[in-house]
Each structure stands twice: as structure tokens, then as C-alpha cells.
Design a protein around this ligand. Sequence first.
Ligand code: AMP
Length: 493
Amino acid sequence: MKKNIKILKKKLSNFNLKLKEECGVFGISNAKDASALTALGLHALQHRGQEGCGIVTFDGEKYYSEKRFGLVGDNFNNEKILNKLKGNFAIGHNRYSTTGENTLRNIQPFFADTNAGGIGVAHNGNLTNSLHLRKKLVEEGAIFYTTSDTETIVQLVAKSKRLKTIDKIVDAIFQIQGGYALVMLTQNSLIGVRDPFGIRPLVIGKLKDSYVLASETCALDIIGAKFIREVENGEIVLIENDELQSIKPFPPRKIRPCVFEYIYFSRPDSILNNKTAYEHRKNLGAQLAKENDTDADIIVPVPDSGNAAALGFAQHLGKKFELGLVRNHYVGRTFIEPSQKIRSLGVKLKLNANQSTIKNKKIILIDDSLVRGTTSHKIVKMLYDAGAKEVHVKIACPEIKFPDFYGVDTPTKKELLAANKSNDEICKYIGAKSLKFLSINGMYKAIGFDKRNENYPQLTDHYFTGDYPVKPIDDLGDNKITQLSLLSTASNN
Ligand code: AMP
């Protein structure tokens, strides 16, 4: 048994367990400048992934593909490249990966030839059973070219015995599990798919006769497309001959969007459930203020992640809002650098205390979330070094105690501060005078969902509750669910 587990662990580690992406996807049908519009859409979605980007187009005869490392603006703001991407249909992808293999091969969209014609696939999210599917596919003779879970979807589509591409896709999505939003390009259609719980976001827009699919509405705004609606959970939208057809292969169930899109991930101007992420975050801040028991001279946000929550907090209490920290906008997000050492360095490079506003002040410092505590730890010290009298930290979401498996980059449970330390211990670690997190019920109230009401739609909130809507059966992390699934897999072998 022990030997079995060892062998399986080794095999699975070759499949790059840590490849977790929080990417951005975009697609457009029947548009004259499809590649340029896709580049613009990806540019608006740049916050969802900065490691690489790619566009695949179709001109009625042939597919064209360009994939690059780095930012959209640095790669696709280039007429020569855009002109190479011929055709009126396009899909695009921004890639974010954590410790996964950073090779050109893993940059999307992926492309495959099937017996029903070519298919391009761009994927945001993470499959929770892709390693098991992959193992099965390999045993059956499939050859994998990348280490990404998205290739599993492509292989399943290619392998399906069904005749029509759309049926092959339905076949494939019945086998995959997890959080996913897919944008696909076939020879005569643009297709969008959202996972049965709607964990990852996908919206539909319209630009004249063209349909647009995107991770967020900010990608519709940039090209002047009108927001039509979200792709529903478990829905496939098939766009063919300028018509949109909705296919719902799964039994109906309530949507459970990822709460972290509301808290941190989506761009503030993107619409989630009828409100902008900015409004939701201000409401989270106002709710934090309702739960507040600390007096202070000024409210200071951690820029930019805490801006909206701090504004909501300050406005609710009628307190002074001050930019006590100044951000250097030419440094990427703190999490982007994979190693802890570089991450700490990143925080120092990114922010500086604005002495004039904070000297001798009692400060309430607000951020959207606390994960490893690296940011707060550095900033609190920075504020004290610059002369702050007291620094009280308030976090506009509850304690993150459980990792994510659906496409948001969170560290393992071991590294999640709130999973391992009490409030007092965390407060001591970050060096603050006091520390408070938003309550879970408060979070639901602020976002407009009601945790206590069974009839209300729920959120995917496992970060705080451990309630995983889809069992993460693949992961070999340090929680019980994964250990159990590893044992059962190993003993099945
Ligand atoms: P930490 O410094 O580890 O406590 O991380 C908290 C900071 O990282 C906050 O400022 C958040 O805005 C930001 N953050 C939270 N979740 C993520 C994520 N999944 N990817 C990148 N940054 C994040």
C-alpha cells in the first residue's frame, strides 16, 4: 500500500500538481478586426494573468495562432502580429500560473485537430480531476504535449466518438470537474462554457452583429460592446451564424460563484450579479465599519486592493480617508513572483509610506484579504517606521483558512496564516495594535447573499468555511480530503 502511494505520488508530481491558474478568456464572432478586438479585450483582462498571452483566429479556411510570454500590450500592440492573425473569429487567453511550468507550450489558447475539424480552447479555472483523467487518457494511448489541465479537455473532446463538435464538447464536460470558464473556437462557431456551479465567471456581450464572450464585463467596455448577460452556471452558449443558442446539459442547480471574484479578483469596474465589483467592495468595507469597535484618526487603504473597502469603511463612519501609502504602479502584483523571498522584496518595491498623512496618527489600515500575511507584516512596520502612533488592521473578508482548487492562486493550508494561528497570534506576527476580520455573515450581507437563508443563492466560500462544492480529488495538498482521495486512488491501483 505504502509503495503504491509512493509510486502514485511520483507519477502525479510529473503532471505538475501546482499548476493553478486564474486566467482571463475572451472570444469574438464575426468581427472585421477580430484579432485587434481580442487583443484589446485581453488587455482589459490583464489583471487576471500576466505570465503569457495568446490569440487563435479562424478565417474560414485556416487557423492562426500567436502565443507569447508577458503582457498583452508588449506583445499584441503590434500591427504586424495582429495582421498575421487573419479571420473574423478569434479567441484569446491571459495566463497566470503559480509554481507551474512556465513554458511557451503551456500558454493558451490550445488547438487540436479532431475528426470534426479543428478546435481552439481557452480556459480560466482549474479542474479538480484532471490528473485522474489524464492518467486514464495516457493509459489509453494519449500523448500530452503540455502540463496544463486544459489539455485534458482538448484530449477528451478529440477522443469523443460523437459526430458533431458540440456533442463532443458536451461529452467532455460531463467528464471534467472543478471550476471552469471555457471559450472555444471551431470552424463555424464560437462556444462558451461555464462550470455547473458557475464558480468561474463568463459574460456575453454584443458588438453590432458580433457576439463577445469574456471573463469580465470590463473587456466588453473596452471595445464598446454591450453587456447582455452572464453565461449561466452549467450553460453552453453556441454562437453560429450570428445566432446564440443556449444548451443546458446538466440538471439545473443554484449558482455558486466564487466569492473571491467579489473580494479581490475582478476588476473594480466589472459587473458581478448586477453590481460592480467596486460597489460590492465598498459594501464589504461599510459592513466592516458596522462591525468595528476601534477609534482612529484616519482610514488608510492598502493600495489598490483595499481602496474600495477603505472608502466604504470611511464613508460609513464619516472618518477621514487618507492615502497613507503610495504605490509604484510599475511593479506587478505581489503574488506574481513565486518564491517567498522575492514576494517579500516585491512588497517593499511596490509601496512606500506617505509620511505627511500618517505621522503621529492613529490609523485603521484596510486591505481586502490576508493570505500569508506578507503584505500586512511589511506595511504595518512601514507605517510605524514613518511615525504612525497606532496601526489597527481591518480585513474586509473573513479569515482565509482553506486553499482553493478551482483556479484562484492560494497557498497550501500550511502557509495560510489564519489556518494556523489565532487572531492574537496573527496580530502579533503582523505587528499591529489590533486586528479584525469581517464576519462570514457580514460578508454575505454586504454582497447581497444571505448565508442563513437556504433559498438564497450561495457563494463558493470554501476559503472561509471549508465547504467545497466540488471535491478536490486530484490534489495532494495537506488537507484531509486530498489525503483520503489519494489513498483511495492508490488502493484502486
Ligand atoms: P498576503 O500578503 O500573503 O497576506 O496576501 C494578501 C494580499 O495579496 C492582499 O493585498 C490581497 O489583495 C492580495 N491577494 C489576495 N489573494 C490573491 C491572489 N489570489 N492573487 C494575488 N494576490 C492576492
